[in-house]
Design a protein around this ligand. Sequence first.
Ligand code: CMX
Length: 133
Amino acid sequence: MTPTHIEHIGIAVRDLNVAIPFYEKVLGLKCYGIEHVADQKVRTAFFLVGQTKIELLESTDPAGPVGKFIEKRGEGVHHIAFAVPDTAAALREAESSGVQLIDAAPRPGAEGLSIGFMHPKSTGGVLMEFCGK
Ligand code: CMX
């Protein structure tokens, strides 16, 4: 399934209160929403750049995916999310191409979207997400 565009770029940050002013003051973007995604153990802050979002990710638990990432690699680009019409179908297609999935089936993500991840070990070292209905 071909993605329609980059839905968002996820960026791991230590502290939203420090990171948000950078995006607002230096880049002139407006943070339009902050959300706690309990399932993913993160607080997210969103900015829109054209039709693509920047999603800042602050960990709420050192044992969560972003907490572990920051501990190991520090702040930085965490994942790329591709917009697809049907997340379940995109995951199935990737799996049938031999990609190792993190999510066998879609789960709820930020902004009410249905999300599913592929493992960075089978995508050339980049954590990739499908994001859609
Ligand atoms: N990008 C690229 N590689 C990554 C990575 C990332 N974001 N996170 C971890 N890795 C690499 C590690 O560096 C490690 O590689 P090495 O074995 O070479 O050292 C390997 O993957 C395993 O990493 P780990 O630290 O042992 O971490 P885990 O196996 O516990 O988990 C992962 C890694 C990707 C499976 C886990 O983070 C995950 O399930 N992620 C999907 C969910 C997620 O990221 N949620 C947060 C965002 C939610 C949102 O957008 O709303």
